[in-house]
Design a protein around this ligand. Structure first.
Ligand SMILES: [Zn+2]
Length: 288
């Protein structure tokens, strides 16, 4: 068995399911028109963006680019980015990885799969990390792990809450064991933040899977799932093949995970900003 081939199969399956549940906003015929993958409706990109990447025709949630997610959420002009230029490296000299990184950078306009910084939400100061599936399915390699780690470290120093918008195909296979190490590294950072008595909110967006689900995305004080998001560890087909049983309908949906106690609430995109603002306000009152 070739573990890389198996891993690719899992990632392809996660990508396929996630495209069905959450059409991509990147399917544009040109830069100005976006076609909804679910219903085929076409709209100017600007209008889709103003509608929070929700299809006005069928209501499907499209994937949100990291900087647009930040502007949807934060008080205007309040975001200050950390480590913007930080990039990963190719520790295994993995065939084709350098090229994949180049393509991901040009497709997403990002240096890596997570954007981190500080911001204000409804007037409350917080550290914010937003993962972007347009960058290699927001897989976690050394750069993502390091940026998340540094964000938590800053939050501990400044006594700030942390909010993460998680999205991921899992650990980045091209970095092998170095990417798996990020699970322990980010989990340790969450634990230090927790020991300092600070609030951590994680919003699970579509799709959140693999090593990210199995590390920092499952360790928050308050875990919110965005409506309809795919949240899980391995893909449905892989589990069915392993256990030899059929899994129930809607398995790994945000709503299913809520029912099973994996998250605290499922929130529609339009209500996220208000809900997070309220949680930050309650917490601030609590620690005063
Ligand atoms: Zn649609």
């Amino acid at each position: 068995m070739n573990p890389f081939k198996e891993r690719k199969k899992i990632l392809d399956e996660i990508g396929r399911i996630s495209r069905l549940a959450f059409p991509s906003a990147g399917q544009s015929e040109n830069n100005s028109i976006v076609t909804c993958e679910k219903c085929g409706h076409k709209d100017p990109a600007e209008e889709i963006k103003n509608n929070l990447y929700i299809c006005p025709e069928c209501g499907a949630y499209m994937k949100v680019p990291a900087y647009d997610r930040i502007s949807m959420l934060c008080d205007e002009g309040s975001f200050r980015e950390f480590n913007k230029g930080r990039t990963g490296y190719d520790p295994l000299d993995f065939p084709g990885y350098e090229n994949k990184l180049k393509q991901a950078r040009s497709k997403s306009g990002l240096k890596e799969a997570v954007v981190t910084g500080t911001a204000r939400i409804s007037g409350h100061r917080t550290v914010l990390c937003v993962m972007d599936p347009a960058f290699m399915m927001a897989s976690m390699g050394t750069a993502v792990g390091e940026k998340i780690f540094l964000a938590f470290e800053y939050a501990v120093k400044k006594k700030l809450p942390v909010i993460i918008f998680a999205a991921s195909g899992g650990a980045r296979m091209q970095e092998g064991i170095m990417s798996l190490m990020q699970m322990a590294k980010t989990s340790a950072a969450v634990a230090k933040h927790d020991e300092a008595g600070l609030l951590y909110i994680c919003v699970l967006t579509n799709p959140t899977t693999g090593g990210v689900t199995a590390s920092f995305a499952s360790l928050a004080d308050v875990t919110i799932a965005e409506k309809g998001a795919l949240v899980g560890f391995a893909g449905k087909r892989v589990i069915e093949q392993t256990i030899g049983e059929e899994l129930p309908e809607g398995f790994q949906s945000a709503e299913f995970q809520m029912e099973k106690g994996f998250c605290d609430m499922v929130i529609g995109r339009k209500n996220l900003r208000r809900t997070i603002g309220k949680l930050l306000a309650v917490h601030e009152r609590g620690v005063r």
